[in-house]
Each structure stands twice: as C-alpha cells, then as structure tokens.
Design a binder for this molecule. Structure first.
Ligand code: SAM
Length: 318
C-alpha cells in the first residue's frame, strides 16, 4: 500500500512521470500563463515588478517557459536586462529566447537551490496544486484516517492522522467531519513553500493558484486528474495530471483574488469606445482583444484564483 502523497509524487515526477512528457502541461490543459491571455498576465507582472523595484523574474514550475517567453517579448526593447529564470522538471527547451535561463528541478516539493537571488519576483503559477499532499478521509466516527492505495489504485482507510498532519488539520481544516469527508493536508504545500522561501535572498514571493480559505474548504476534497484537455478520474499512473486546490491561508501569505490583484495593477475589462473602430480600426481591435483577455482573467473562474504575496528581505524569518 502507498499513501496518496507517495503515489502522486511517483505518477507526476518519477522518470516516466506525467510532467516529464514531451508535450508538457500545455498539451493537456490551458492556464493563464500559457494561453492567449499570457501576454496580459505578463504585462501585469512587469508592472508589479516595476512597482517593487525588482530586477529578475523567477518562474517556479514554468511548464515549457510560456510565460517567460511572453515576458521576454514584452521587455525585448524596453528592459532587455530584466533577468528571466525558469525552473521546471525537464531540461531547458531548445526553442527558448536566449535571455531565459533555466534550472532543472526534481519535482513536487523538492526544488533546486536558487542561490539566494536578490530583488527577484519569484512566481509560482499553479505549482503548489501539483505538490503532492496526504489525503485523509473521515471514518464512520468522524476520525480522519490517511487514505492508502493498493496496487490496483483502490482506496483503503489507513491509520488515524497523527503528528504534524493531524496538527495541520486541527488548525487549518478543523472538524467535525461527516463520514466520508476528505481533507487534503496542506502541511506538504506549506513546507514546500518554506523550502522555496529559504533559497530567496530578497524580493517578492507570489503564489497564484486555485485555492480555498478556512471558511470555504470543500468537504468532498478537490483531487482530480486532467488529460487531453478534460477532467478525468485521478489515476496515479502517470497518464494524467493530479491536482488539488491549495489551502492558501495556511501558507501565511497576504491573499487576495486575481480579480482584485489585476485591477489594482491597472488591468480591467473596459472595452474601447466604439467610435475608435472608425478612426483607428487596428487600435480598436487590439484594445478589444486586450479587454476580452482582461475579462477572462478577472471574470468568474480565473478571476477567483488566489494571489498570495510575501515580501522577502534579508531578515525575513524563514
Ligand atoms: C500545473 S503546471 C503549471 C505550468 C505553468 N506554471 C502554467 O501555469 O502554465 C505545474 C508545473 O509545475 C512543475 N513542477 C512541479 N513541481 C516542480 C518543482 N519542484 N520544481 C519545478 N517545477 C515543478 C510541473 O512540471 C509543471 O510544469
């Protein structure tokens, strides 16, 4: 028997793991960081970096460098010295802009040492939701037991949660639990983020993910698979992504919605005035496309994504 945390780690990150496949995440699902709205997200991140006086962007779990490519395009003329570093579990893709540096990573909670970069915007866009965590389910008495998987992938109740996982559940996802209720134990994500924080010299840590807060925890749990653009049962066999929403408040970041964050950075879905279509058709079309991407990033769904931020200074408690 394996725990979900072990099975999940193997399925995504061992040598034949899902995330090592040549097609990369974009071959299976769309995110704001690699779709047609990536340019607008990149624009918002540049604004944030400029406001914070940051001189490099480090993208943890960067897929195949899609968002970094958008950042390289936007800054090619106006800020060619902005540092760009991608971190993911595969070697550097050949086609990338030469300005983009790359570090290969083990995957999941494990990261390479970033070497204490200073003045860095360290972004984790949909990284923590694919960091494996223990899954527990309440038994008939409402006691949380870690879920175990047999060889065939069938679930079985294990021992009651103890130690740091039990403490995490008490603090961040408290009962009483109805029989069958699931808890995705975010202790593993908290530790992964602490590990990342410990390798940053100074700057801003920015976690963007789908998540929940203490008063909105989903009783059924959120673990699902993604394959070929569709949601599928979470099979821990390397054939699909495995993802569960992030308990954002236990990360101890300053949290707001993506909608709020982007509006504050000047991105909203205001459409251009219709008269512009006559006087400046090309400008009108460009503004319309921008408004539609802004609408997608701030609307229901993507707009509900959570942004968690933490400033890191030389004396930040790690
Ligand atoms: C859901 S995808 C998101 C990709 C991209 N950030 C985006 O939003 O389109 C998660 C990515 O995180 C990567 N990843 C997972 N654990 C990692 C780790 N420890 N270090 C680097 N990358 C990791 C995966 O390989 C995958 O590319």
């Amino acid at each position: 028997m394996r725990t979900w945390e072990q099975a999940w780690q193997q399925a995504l990150y061992d040598e034949r793991g899902f995330y090592r496949r040549p097609e990369g995440p974009a071959g299976h699902f769309a995110t704001s960081a690699q779709g047609s709205a990536a340019g607008l997200l990149a624009e918002a991140l540049l604004e944030l970096a400029a406001r914070e006086g940051l001189r490099r962007v480090i993208d943890i779990g960067c897929g195949r460098g899609e968002l970094l490519t958008a950042l390289a395009d936007l800054t090619a003329e106006r800020d060619p010295d902005l540092g760009l570093l991608g971190v993911d579990v595969v070697p550097r893709p050949d086609h990338l802009d030469p300005r983009i540096d790359w570090l290969a990573s083990p995957g999941g909670a494990d990261l390479p040492d970033l070497g204490g970069p200073r003045d860095a915007l360290v972004l984790a866009h949909e990284w923590l939701d694919v960091v494996p965590c223990p899954i527990a389910r309440a038994d008939e008495d409402g006691t949380l037991r870690e879920v175990l998987l047999d060889e065939a992938g069938a679930e079985h109740p294990g021992a009651p949660l103890t130690g740091s996982d039990a403490q995490w559940a008490d603090r961040w996802w408290p009962g009483p639990y109805a029989p069958g209720e699931a808890v995705e134990v975010g202790r593993a994500r908290d530790q992964a983020l602490a590990g990342l924080t410990s390798t940053i010299g100074s700057g801003l840590l920015l976690v963007i993910d789908y998540g929940h807060l203490t008063d909105t925890r989903p009783p059924e749990g959120t673990l699902v698979g993604y394959r070929d653009g569709a949601v599928c049962p979470p099979a821990p066999d390397g054939s699909c992504d495995l993802t569960a929403h992030v308990a954002m408040d236990s990360l101890r970041l300053e949290v707001c919605t993506q909608r709020e964050a982007l509006r504050e950075l000047g991105i909203d879905g205001t459409r251009p005035p219709i008269e512009q279509a006559r006087t400046d058709p090309a400008g009108y079309l460009a503004a319309l496309s921008r408004a539609s991407h802004a609408g997608a990033l701030t609307g229901p769904g993507l707009g509900d994504f959570l942004w968690g931020r933490r400033r890191i200074t030389a004396d930040t408690t790690r």
